[in-house]
Design a binder for this molecule. Structure first.
Ligand code: BGC
Length: 389
């Protein structure tokens, strides 16, 4: 048995826009439904998690997990600039309470890619005071996390956001692989937003705050080590360095990226790929964790996302087992890792497509019936044993 440290958190993660449904006031919804939109599929009702979260939380607890990471939607909480919806604050607070009722530790993400339409109209993260706007939102959202929430992620994958803003196509999906070059000013603005939000959250001593980084497991092609670092730094290390004074850093790992003389190159010929077209590469997790631990200079790590888009659930188990084996070795080598959250709890809206299924739980989108997969039962057993048999 490969045992994990006592109190290690075993969870699954979701985001608001990918699960809630009818998130009509967000920038991404607007992009999905724009007449000229190139986004192939829309989110629509999504999984109707807005109403069905109690069932999901109960299921995660029943599976044997000990924590749930979910996101709150800025566009629901602050639908117009300066107008804060008490009803939505209550809604998200009920989600926190529901986690407690089922014995799950809640982890709350304040921003998972989407912003309100009014914020988008101001230029989104390009706005000169985007950081202040996010800090004000964080202040408004405090009642959700003020009592009984220890773990708060400020911004999910700021490096993916910066790359999306650096992409030529404004409708580009926010994905953690094959990314464009990050927009430097947006990267800096996100770092400023994170610091301001962290200050707001520090009013509540029990909160541990951090942000989550999409680590890339960069592999230089022979002789391209320098190019690889030049490629990697603004994409990954910049964001890890910004976490040096945080309570934790979130690592989100899926696959690796090869870098040659002129930047990233595609998946090697013949390599196994997943439903997102990414290489099947479970070692990405240990590589991401080791890099985060090194670059932050010893900030505790939480694996806030790791998973695989596949229709073959046994392959999900294989991937996760291999990823956790590598994680266990990284811990044995000294990395302080506090938890592992699988992406995702449910098959959800994968930013423009419903095809890549990342979930431990399947969802029939007509009846909204949830069905747990064998991989969920498997991960639940790992969580109960706090170890890998
Ligand atoms: C994101 C998720 C996304 C997942 C798989 C991460 O980049 O945080 O929203 O669904 O990876 O692409």
């Amino acid at each position: 048995m490969r045992s994990f440290p006592p109190g290690f958190l075993w969870g699954a993660a979701t985001s608001g826009h990918q699960t809630e449904g009818n998130n009509v006031n967000s920038d991404y919804w607007q992009r999905e439904y724009a007449p000229s939109s190139a986004i192939p599929e829309v989110s629509g009702d999504a999984l109707d998690s807005l109403h069905r979260y109690p069932e999901e939380i109960a299921l995660l607890a029943e599976i044997g997990l000990t924590s749930y990471r979910f996101g709150v939607e800025w566009s629901r909480i602050e639908p117009e600039r300066g107008h804060v919806s008490r009803a939505m604050l209550d809604h998200y607070r009920r989600m926190v309470d529901c986690c407690h009722e089922h014995g799950l530790v809640p982890m709350v993400t304040l921003n998972h890619f989407t912003v309100p339409r009014w914020m988008d109209a101001l230029g989104g993260w390009h706005h000169r005071e985007a950081a202040e706007l996010f800090a004000r939102f964080t202040e408004a959202a405090l009642p959700i996390v003020a009592d009984g929430v220890e773990w708060v992620c400020t911004i999910n994958e700021p490096n993916v956001i910066a790359c999306r803003e650096g992409a030529a196509d404004p409708g580009a999906a926010p994905v953690a692989y094959g990314m464009a070059r990050p927009h430097r000013r947006v990267s800096a603005e996100l770092a400023r937003a994170h610091l301001l939000a962290r200050d707001v959250l520090s009013q509540i001593p029990a909160i541990r705050s951090g942000w989550t980084v999409a680590t890339q497991a960069i592999h230089p092609l022979p002789g391209c080590e320098e190019q690889a670092y030049a490629y990697s730094y603004p994409l990954e290390e910049f964001f890890l360095e910004a976490a040096r004074d945080d309570d934790f850093v979130g690592v989100q790992a899926y696959t690796r990226t090869f870098v040659g003389r002129d930047g990233a190159v595609g998946v090697p010929d013949g390599a196994e790929t997943t439903l997102t077209g990414w290489e099947y590469f479970p070692d990405a997790l240990a590589i991401g964790v080791r890099n985060a631990w090194k670059v932050t200079g010893g900030v505790p790590v939480v694996v806030t996302e790791n998973g695989i888009a596949t229709a073959d659930d046994q392959r999900r188990v294989d991937y996760t087992r291999a990823a956790l084996t590598g994680l266990h070795e990284a811990i044995a080598d000294g990395a302080d890792v506090r938890g592992y959250y699988h992406w995702s709890a449910l098959d959800n809206y994968e930013w423009g497509s419903w095809a890549p299924t990342f979930g431990l739980i399947a969802v029939d989108r007509s009846s909204f019936r949830r069905t747990r997969k064998a991989s969920a039962t498997w991960l639940g057993a790992v969580a109960r044993a706090n170890g890998l048999a």
